[in-house]
Write a protein that binds this ligand. Structure first.
Ligand code: GDP
Length: 275
């Protein structure tokens, strides 16, 4: 059984608010904005706005804690970078449930994956890089529970072999449980994001949108982007989960909830009781 323990692995300190125990010490309003950043926006909606998409996935503390334990490495529960692959036949065997993270270069994908794995500081996730440079899929194994794949960032001028690699992965990876499409919370959906959405829709793959860098957007701008994207999801998509996930890798907001959703979609959290 996995039990939460204090502090980071390997004696290294984890960042402030990386652990729920740290968040729980905050006063109530700040705690809500860290754990449920989307819910925090709800009170600023015009009366009569449909709030259902704001609260579809709303786990209680016990579920959040169980999910956090999965992301905390331990001698009996290693979290490791496994390998990188440029082609599907180089990918590790599809033995465990899997999630993948995709998004434009610079959307904040490495930072988010690093934040998710911050309680396993021995896991190395490269953060800064030349845009458009790395074109590899990076596989991380979370104990015997699931794998997480960092897909190469896409952008304009994506080479054809890169597009083929991502398409092949999305179409062929039978253990893929959910794709996390990262969208910049400051600038909202861009042309390349629409291309990614079209691809996911065409393949009929379940996915969820994650709005990044929310600490950089004013409340008004964030609300505008959230409402626009929610409307887009409702009107134009079949496979996208209607609730958006808002994250800041700097402030750690939304990271605990995202860990919980990953645990849930990979079948590692059978019951998600409401908070
Ligand atoms: P990637 O190319 O998608 O992997 O993006 P990175 O994780 O390398 O982030 C791109 C830039 O955005 C870097 O300068 C990061 O420091 C910055 N960044 C990433 N996430 C956040 C965030 O949540 N808040 C803020 N303020 N900056 C972020």
């Amino acid at each position: 059984m996995l039990l939460p323990r204090a502090g980071g692995a390997a004696g290294r300190a984890s960042p402030p608010l990386a652990a729920l125990s740290q968040v729980l010490r905050l006063e109530r309003s700040r705690r809500t904005s860290i754990v449920f950043p989307l819910q925090k926006l709800e009170r600023y909606l015009a009366p009569g706005t449909d709030t259902a998409p704001f609260r579809l996935f709303q786990p209680g503390l016990a579920a959040l804690q169980r999910a956090e334990a999965l992301f905390r490495s331990d001698r009996g529960h290693p979290i490791d970078y496994v390998s990188s692959a440029v082609r599907m036949d180089h990918a590790p065997p599809p033995a465990l449930p899997e999630v993948c993270f995709i998004g434009r270069s610079n959307v904040g994908k490495s930072s988010l994956i690093r934040a998710l794995f911050s309680l396993a500081p021995e896991v190395e996730v490269r953060v800064s890089k030349t845009p458009g440079h790395t074109k590899k899929m990076n596989f991380f194994k979370v104990g015997k529970y699931f794998t997480l794949v960092d897909m190469p960032g896409y952008g304009y001028r994506a080479p054809q072999d890169f597009v083929q690699m991502v398409e092949a992965y999305l179409q062929e990876r039978h253990n893929l449980k959910r794709t996390f499409l990262l969208v910049d919370g400051v600038v909202g959906l861009q042309k390349t994001d629409h291309i990614a959405v079209e691809m996911l829709e065409e393949f009929g793959i379940p996915y969820v949108m994650v709005l990044t860098k929310i600490d950089r957007a004013s409340r008004g701008l964030l609300l505008k982007n959230v409402l626009e994207i929610q409307e887009f999801v409702k009107e134009n998509t079949q496979g996208c989960f209607p609730q958006l996930f808002l994250v800041s890798s700097v402030e750690f907001s939304g990271v605990h909830l995202l860990r919980c959703f990953v645990a849930h979609v990979t079948g590692n959290l059978p019951t998600v009781e409401a908070s």
